[in-house]
Design a protein around this ligand. Structure first.
Ligand code: PMT
Length: 222
């Protein structure tokens, strides 16, 4: 792809983990570093897009020229996504959003007590599903982090969440998934295209993802 192919487009990208609070000192989270999503933000920016990066807590620097919205919980990420959805041409959901959060949270630090502590968990809202249900003409791109039956589960998510593309990664594969600087992905489009990539730096993976999205949009005259 040559530069500037997303000029005039607004791209909303989610990245990183969410943190689900238990009390002022404890929370549930996951291993996402934000690297994959930040790399996608940079690649979209390089193609001239206006980029909004909705990010959970990470330790890394956002790319230059990108508007960053910091969020903590799945609920905050949901609200930020909804706020930017209408103006978005493309939404790419690389964040690792918590599927569950503690049902009860404590204002004060919960003291140690004898015996077992049972924490009841409730479901968070599936952001991608909600965006899919409310889609007008946005290009909606999801991720699938799977540890088995990768293609089958990815295709299920592509169709049930009303996506245009899905990026599957097998998080148990060496060199793929959370934290590291590389990933191994396969992209699937709604039209039935499948592209399998080798192990690559997340920056390169990001460029291929953006270029697959551009190809898809050209085919759909968007
Ligand atoms: O951040 P890194 O360390 O670089 O790691 C990158 C990554 C492994 C996090 C990334 O490549 C990745 O796979 N991201 C998606 C992680 C995930 O939560 O996948 P999932 O299969 O559980 O969810 C499917 C899709 O639904 C995802 O696009 C997710 O953003 C979205 N989702 C999930 C739950 C929820 N409540 N709302 C959502 O929108």
């Amino acid at each position: 792809t040559c530069a500037g192919q997303l000029k005039g487009k607004t791209v909303v990208i989610t990245a990183g983990p969410t943190q689900e609070r238990i009390d002022p000192v404890r929370y549930f989270t996951n291993h996402s570093s934000g690297k994959m999503g930040y790399a996608i933000a940079e690649a979209a920016r390089l193609q001239g897009a206006k980029v909004v990066l909705i990010s959970g807590p990470t330790q890394i620097e956002p790319p230059e020229g990108v508007e960053v919205i910091h969020v903590v919980s799945a609920k905050e990420m949901f609200e930020a996504c909804m706020r930017y959805y209408e103006k978005a041409d493309i939404v790419i959901k690389s964040a690792a959003v918590a599927d569950y959060r503690p049902k009860d949270t404590f204002e004060q630090k919960r003291k140690k007590q004898p015996g077992t502590w049972f924490i009841e968990m409730e479901r968070t809202t599936d952001i991608l599903q909600t965006l899919g249900n409310q889609k007008v003409d946005q290009i909606l791109v999801g991720f699938a982090a799977e540890s088995e039956h990768v293609e089958e589960y990815a295709m299920k998510k592509l169709h049930s969440k009303n996506l245009d593309l899905i990026i599957a990664n097998n998080i148990l594969q060496e060199g793929a998934g959370f934290k590291g600087d590389t990933n191994i992905v396969t992209t699937f489009t709604k039209d039935g295209d499948k592209k399998e990539y080798p192990v690559l730096a997340k920056r390169e993976v990001a460029q291929f993802i953006i270029s697959d999205i551009i190809t898809y949009m050209e085919r759909h005259h968007r």
